[in-house]
Design a protein around this ligand. Structure first.
Ligand code: SF4
Length: 444
């Protein structure tokens, strides 16, 4: 970009690159070495949940005691490939500078954080050197918006292009795309990446307007629609011609921030179900809003309970793997608040609300009905279906397939068990709710 050209014209500010303050900041940024940039840009990427890391206690072998460490290297996270493999990814931002000012984001224009920026070449070199050392199996790359959406997207695409074409990189690439960018650039991203994601950010249009006024819900969904069309089209082409190019073979995903606006769990479940349905998403990720330094006054002061995020993932699971309709999951929310209960899982909440469908006979009920029994997962139900071909099942047989026999007893009939009035008891919820456990105050 030429000096003196206006950036961020859409937000109405006349910022000129010839400004001495900006020149000073640019020089400071240029002085950062790769390690410092990695520290800043890996830390900034940790707020993105769409490549989920697994948690663990910290263990390490410094001081000559023991072998190994659970402390992952800077910027390295774990994600799951479509075939279920757990893979390590280098998870970084290209830059944490941004011309947008989304209230919930630590990298927003008005945020007082240390800024850094990688060049496309630096990201390529880092990825290759980590890959060759066997630290990672792929790259997750996102970015703040610098200069313009198109310019930023060009840089992101250049990283993936160079890895694939110049270096024949066969590892996993997940690119976060910018919905406002030229559709051709977003298409290019799909040609090089395994997975692309486009964040809807907030569950409702109202929330998006309030907290990210520069973003446009219509354009975000338009980009998802274009991505779906390209995935379907290239899938068809590849079925006919083996030589047809691949396009985002691991599909597209999105992320929603939970608890930054007034959206209820019912709103979130409905929005996620609509996105799965319309755009064939592989995953919707839910990220509990976490308060950021110097936060805007329009944000809540407290983060929502992490359990809320967990309950939303469970409800998502019910729709994707247990054939619950979205309106059935919404029916499990508390009518007064529209929120899923935090003390019990959504499947149990649904069963308690619709008790008339229980108890179910484990020796006769169809698979789809058994999948609705609280405490019975897909593997347990399939084991029941297989075992009952040979003999009638007793309660203890079912108990061996579940973590909590107390949880399933009111909802099933077995050869030696019939719950009688248990399913109708007024205090059933108390009987099946897992006991609260006092956590240790000083646990590591
Ligand atoms: S566009 Fe992305 S990086 Fe920029 S402020 Fe908004 S959420 Fe943050």
């Amino acid at each position: 970009m030429k000096k003196g050209r206006v950036v961020g014209a859409h937000i109405g500010l006349q910022i000129f690159l010839s400004c001495p303050l900006i020149e000073h900041k640019k020089n400071k940024m240029a002085q950062l070495d790769i390690r410092e940039k990695l520290e800043i840009l890996a830390d900034a990427a940790k707020y993105d949940a769409s490549c989920a890391s697994s948690g663990s206690i910290k263990r390490e072998s410094r001081g000559g005691k023991g072998i190994g460490s659970t402390d992952q290297g800077m910027g390295i996270c774990h994600a799951y490939a479509p075939d279920g493999r757990c893979i390590s990814l280098l998870k970084i931002l290209l830059t944490n500078s941004c011309v947008f000012d989304c209230h919930y984001c630590i990298n927003r224009k008005s945020s007082n954080v240390r800024r850094a920026r990688f060049t496309a070449r630096e990201v390529v070199d880092l990825t290759l050197s980590f890959y060759k050392r066997n630290y990672i199996e792929g790259l997750f790359l996102s970015s703040g918006i610098i200069r313009s959406s198109d310019y930023t997207m060009e840089q992101i695409v250049e990283v993936a292009r160079s890895l694939r074409q110049d270096h024949d990189f066969r590892g996993y690439i997940h690119l976060k795309t910018i919905p406002d960018a030229d559709p051709e650039l977003i298409h290019q991203a799909g040609l090089h990446a395994d997975r692309v994601s486009i964040n809807v950010e907030l569950p409702t249009e109202r929330g998006l307007k309030r907290l990210a006024p520069e973003k446009d819900g219509g354009r975000i969904e338009g980009a998802m629609k274009g991505m779906k069309a390209a995935i379907v089209e290239t899938g068809d082409a590849r079925r006919r011609f083996k030589s047809a190019p691949r396009f985002a073979p691991a599909g597209q995903s999105t992320q929603m921030i939970v608890g930054a606006d007034a959206a209820t769990d019912g709103d979130i479940v409905r929005r996620a179900a609509g996105l799965y349905d319309r755009y064939g998403l592989k995953r919707v990720y839910y990220s509990a809003f976490s308060p950021i330094p110097d936060a805007s006054a329009v944000l809540p002061l407290q983060r929502p309970p992490l359990m809320r995020e967990h309950r939303l993932y469970q409800s998502d699971w019910l729709i994707r793997f247990y054939d619950y309709r979205p309106d059935e999951v919404v029916a499990a929310t508390e009518p007064e608040t529209g929120m899923l209960p935090l003390d019990i899982d959504p499947k149990l909440a649904w069963a308690l609300r619709f008790r008339e469908g229980f108890p179910l006979d484990v020796n006769r009920a169809p698979r789809e009905a058994l999948l609705r029994v609280p405490g019975l997962g897909v593997t347990a139900v399939d084991a029941i279906i297989t075992a009952r071909r040979w003999r009638r099942l007793r309660l203890a047989d079912v108990g061996r397939l579940t973590v909590s026999l107390a949880k399933i007893r009111p909802f099933v009939i077995a050869d030696d068990w019939r719950p009688l009035a248990l399913a109708d008891r007024a205090d059933l919820r108390r009987l099946v709710t897992p006991r609260a456990r006092q956590l240790e105050l000083f646990a590591a």
